[in-house]
Structures are given as structure tokens and as C-alpha cells.
Design a protein around this ligand. Structure first.
Ligand code: HEC
Length: 175
């Protein structure tokens, strides 16, 4: 047992060093990230989320939308997201700093939604998209399923708030 201390020190280092490298270094790199203007004196982005959109995020989580939709636009060299119209610039860490729950997703059955609010024509188009040809029509009442429930209204506000179409210090929009 005379090497017990060495053994314990080894176990401690095997846990502490990867923790320091992975957790503390990413905290140091990104922990202080906040809203910022693209140019000196410009407006701060990302914008604050409306309260209804925050409720809508909870609906998005509870209905499992994240199983089929991502919210991250890849840079032009790493896929065709921008060519497909999913976004106008790649997503950057700062885009998510105000979100209590970040729903990046890891499977794309449907289109990426990171910039959906910018391409949705109007609120009727958003409700039509939520229905998915009937898959989510239980969120609507009435003969023709045209009356949106509270959950559908909050979800639509959330989808309309999803925008990454502003310039940020890391990802400037092309002029
Ligand atoms: C089983 C997979 C699946 C689930 C779950 C799902 N979607 Fe979709 N979604 C799709 C597919 C596929 C499309 C594209 C085809 C279509 O419009 O039906 C789509 C399209 C959309 C669009 C239109 C996107 C665009 O660029 O026009 C929106 C908005 C959307 N979904 C939101 C949601 C929301 C909100 C939920 C949760 C209530 C959800 N989806 C759940 C598969 C899914």
C-alpha cells in the first residue's frame, strides 16, 4: 500500500485534467459572450426574445420538434445550407447567448429552422407549416382546423422569432 498516495494522485489528475481542458477552457473562451453590435454604436444583437416566444419554445420542446429540425446553419464550405436558403450566413455561438435552452438538434428530417422567422411569409404560413399536412392539426380547432390553440399561437411566435439575419462581429452579412 505504500504507493496509495501516488495512485490517488493519478486518479485525481485523470479526472481533473480533462475537466480543466474541456469545461474550464470552453468557459474561458465563450462564457463571457454577450450581445454585441456588428459595428461601433450599432444596435445590439441578438435581440431579446418576446415573452410569447419563450412560451413557444417550451411547446417546441414538449412536442419533440427538435427530433426532426436543427437550428444551426453550416458555413458555405461545410455543406449546402446557405445555397438551400436555410440561412444568409453561418450560425455563430453568439446567436444563442440569450437562449435558456439551445435547441441545435442533431437530425434533419425537415428543414433547418435557425433563420425560419426571416423566410416565413406571414403568420398564416407559419400555422400552415406547423400543421405538417395534418400531423400536428390537433393544435387547431374548428371544422377546418383554422382556430389556433394557445399552444399553436405561442409556437408560431417562437418560430417567427427565430432569426439569424443580422450582422454580428463573427459573421458579417455580405454587403
Ligand atoms: C417527423 C419529423 C418532423 C417533426 C416531429 C416535426 N417536423 Fe416540421 N417538418 C418536417 C418536414 C419533413 C418538413 C418539410 C415538409 C413539410 O412541410 O411537410 C417540415 C417543415 C416544417 C416547417 C417549414 C420549414 C420551411 O422552411 O418552410 C416548420 C416551420 C416546421 N416544420 C416546424 C415544426 C415544429 C414547430 C414542429 C413541432 C411541433 C415540427 N416541425 C415537428 C418534419 C418534422
Amino acid at each position: 500500500m505504500k504507493n496509495l498516495n501516488t495512485l490517488l494522485a493519478g486518479v485525481f489528475l485523470a479526472v481533473a485534467l480533462p475537466f480543466a481542458a474541456l469545461v474550464i477552457s470552453s468557459q474561458a473562451q465563450l462564457g463571457a459572450l454577450g450581445r454585441a453590435p456588428a459595428e461601433d454604436g450599432g444596435p445590439l444583437f441578438p435581440s431579446r426574445e418576446p415573452g410569447l416566444a419563450i412560451q413557444g419554445r417550451a411547446v417546441y420542446v414538449s412536442l419533440g420538434c427538435v427530433n426532426c429540425h436543427t437550428q444551426q446553419v453550416r458555413p458555405a464550405g461545410q455543406g449546402s445550407d446557405i445555397a438551400r436558403g436555410y440561412g444568409v450566413r453561418p450560425s455563430v455561438a453568439r446567436d444563442y447567448v440569450l437562449q435558456k435552452q439551445v435547441l441545435l438538434g442533431d437530425r434533419r428530417v425537415g428543414p433547418d429552422l435557425a433563420n425560419y422567422g426571416a423566410r416565413a411569409k406571414d403568420v398564416d404560413a407559419v400555422h400552415a407549416a406547423i400543421k405538417h399536412n395534418g400531423g400536428f392539426s390537433f393544435l387547431y380547432a374548428g371544422d377546418k382546423q383554422t382556430v389556433a390553440s394557445e399552444r399553436a399561437v405561442a409556437l408560431a411566435a417562437y418560430l417567427q422569432s427565430l432569426r439569424q439575419d443580422y450582422s454580428s462581429p463573427e459573421a458579417k452579412l455580405k454587403q
